[in-house]
Design a protein around this ligand. Structure first.
Ligand code: 9WO
Length: 252
């Protein structure tokens, strides 16, 4: 999968591309992440990417020309092949695991990162094919959101995780429907010491009874999710499990 990221801060991505999952996926050739500096698509001496807003008001707006030129260059380079052009913004549709799965069906996507007070609306209206938000909060720009989107989608690509244990662990969530197919249904984790300042690890985990441990974990995951994120359990068989029979704290 190929990502083309359009930004006025290309250096922002140095860190995340040199560490962890995205680095590994790149090294294995599973993803090809290309960062493009929007200033390279300007044609004036000062490489101007922003300008004052029509109608007045504070701050600056990203000009349409460099963004259009950058996407047009990508399209030319892609030939016949169509690909999503995604603008990251708080006004976008809310990004989630389900959308991430849909995005992985595309062999390439372009990501536009806004900055300043905003991006010229003609980019959203006439250039981007999608506008996505990673959450209901304001950032200083779209870069962090683009990084999140790339991490979430890259994890889903075959041959990226390579960690069979975490794949097996997630298969419990996979057995339930739609947006539940992710870590909201994770269970509580413990490691040594078994007694940390009097806080004891649940006995069942020390029992060696793997059947009981599996049942305890699934129940705990459901209890936690139903308490904190009940909306995630709606429409699944999981909600039919009698929760009153167990408690969130300790016992199984
Ligand atoms: C800045 C601002 C200042 C005064 C009054 C209103 C204002 N709105 C904004 C604003 O939304 N700035 C954006 C910063 C411009 C586009 C890029 N920025 C951005 C993207 N912030 N947050 C995101 C984002 C992207 C995806 N998911 C969540 C947040």
């Amino acid at each position: 999968m190929r990502y083309d990221v359009l930004t006025i801060f290309p250096g922002f991505f140095n860190g995340i591309l040199q560490h962890g999952l995205l680095k590994r996926a790149s090294a294995r050739g599973r993803v090809d992440i290309r960062i493009h500096d929007l200033r390279d698509y300007t044609d004036d001496r000062h490489r101007t990417v922003d300008d004052r807003p029509f109608g007045g008001g504070p701050g600056m707006v990203l000009k349409p020309e460099p963004i259009f030129r950058a996407v047009e260059a990508l399209r030319q380079d892609a030939g016949e092949q169509d690909f999503p052009v995604i603008l990251l913004s708080p006004q976008g549709r809310l990004f989630n695991q389900e959308l991430a799965e849909q995005l992985t069906r595309h062999p390439r996507i372009a990501l536009i990162c806004g900055r300043y007070e905003g991006v010229d609306e003609r980019v959203a209206e006439h250039l981007a094919t999608d506008e996505l938000s990673i959450g209901d909060y304001v950032l200083s720009g779209g870069e962090l959101a683009a990084a999140v989107l790339m991490e979430v989608t890259t994890r889903l690509l075959p041959g990226v995780l390579g960690n069979e244990d975490s794949l097996a662990r997630e298969s419990f969530a996979d057995s339930t429907a739609g947006p539940l197919r992710f870590a909201a249904l994770d269970w509580p984790h413990y490691t040594r010491p078994a007694d940390f300042r009097g806080l004891r690890v649940p006995e069942v985990l020390l029992s060696g009874d793997h059947q009981r441990i599996r049942e305890w974990r699934e129940r705990q995951a459901l209890l936690k999710a139903s308490k904190r994120r009940p909306e995630l359990l709606v429409r699944t068989e999981a909600s039919a499990i009698p929760l009153a029979a167990a408690s969130l704290s300790g016992g199984h």
